[in-house]
Ligand binder design. Structure first.
Ligand code: C5P
Length: 319
């Protein structure tokens, strides 16, 4: 519990994690499998307002639009949705919810509150059916990693989880964001199922995030963290928070910073225990959370009891 109290105050370091997680983090630093070369500078203690302005000016959501090689020559300009993600709600949504898949949301009774938002973002294969009381049943946007599209066990083609929602997919690319290299060697080949899905469901908004957007987020996390963070992309959770900050005037994030309900239960919909799900091994999740904790405008009571962080959307940020 001591760790949780410190996390709520933003006062933790990786040295306080269990030895297994520390070892995993070290191994990812050594492997540097995405060829990360950090060229930014460390920002010592930006204020909340300064941080928000940094994010607003530099973390603009970007998706593949088919204008760059190799996608331009492959006809992707006509394949991607005609309306860009940023234009789907041109006047902005008022209030939005980001629902993390953490086990700690079980027994929260947050469902009704979550559904009261104008839009709700969920992740990967996280279900609502059977969990409505705790997670609600409205889904507006779903962020999916490339494994969801490629692993048959997720039934991407026929599962109702991926219908009638805005889909945003991503896959780790090299840090250089060389799209030719990435296209030839994605982590999981999401391009083929994406093309197929676009052809079969041309009216469903479905985007692939631009690797430059993902690594830009990584740069901002590293710039604002004293320790060396894992040289791997931020988690879907962090990516989702930033997408909603660009689409909504206010963003309520549930069970990202864990509540008093926290255990090692990884997901609310799966009996699997691993502290890495909440604190990170591959993803620089602990550092993402420390950054989000610094941005919180919600109350301490909501943070502890609901695991809720409230963030202003970029339209509400004045720089
Ligand atoms: O596991 P998955 O990536 O589908 O979960 C979605 C997001 O929820 C993660 O990327 C992470 O940011 C967040 N999460 C968390 N704690 C957990 C499980 C998930 O913060 N125990």
């Amino acid at each position: 519990r001591a760790f949780l109290y410190r996390l709520w105050k933003g006062n933790v370091s990786s040295k306080m994690l269990n030895p297994r997680l520390q070892k995993a983090m070290k191994d990812y630093l050594t492997a540097n499998k995405h060829g990360v070369r950090f060229r930014g500078k460390r920002e010592a203690g930006l204020s909340r307002a300064e941080l928000l302005c940094q994010l607003r000016s530099r973390a603009r959501v970007r998706t593949l639009d088919g204008t760059e090689a190799p996608f331009s020559a492959l006809g992707w300009r006509r394949l991607v949705p005609a309306v860009p993600l940023s234009q789907l709600h041109p006047r902005g949504l008022r209030s939005c919810a980001v629902v993390m898949s953490a086990g700690a949301i079980l027994n929260s009774s947050l469902g009704e509150e979550i559904d009261s938002h104008d839009a709700v973002l969920r992740f990967n294969s996280a279900p609502t059916r059977g969990y409505e009381k705790d997670v609600g049943n409205k889904t507006t946007v779903r962020i999916i990693n490339s494994q969801i599209l490629t692993n048959p066990s997720h039934h991407f083609i026929d599962s109702s989880l991926y219908k009638d929602v805005i889909l945003v997919a991503w896959d780790p690319a090299p840090y250089s964001a060389n799209l030719n290299l990435w296209y030839k060697k994605p982590d999981y080949n999401l391009f083929t199922p994406y093309i197929q899905h676009r052809q079969r469901n041309p009216n469903q908004p479905f985007y692939i995030l631009h690797p430059k957007f993902i690594w830009q987020l990584w740069d901002i996390i590293q710039e604002n963290t004293k320790e060396k963070i894992q040289p791997n992309p931020p988690s879907s959770g962090f990516i989702g928070i930033l997408i909603m900050m660009s689409m909504c005037r206010e963003v309520h994030v549930y069970e990202y910073i864990p509540s008093v309900r926290q255990t090692e239960l990884c997901h609310y919909h799966e009996l699997y225990y691993d502290a890495a799900c909440t604190l990170g091994a591959y993803h620089p999740l602990l550092y993402e959370k420390l950054l989000v904790q610094r941005l919180n405008t919600g109350t301490q009571g909501d943070l502890h009891r609901k695991g809720k962080v409230v963030l202003p959307g970029f339209q509400a940020v004045h720089c």
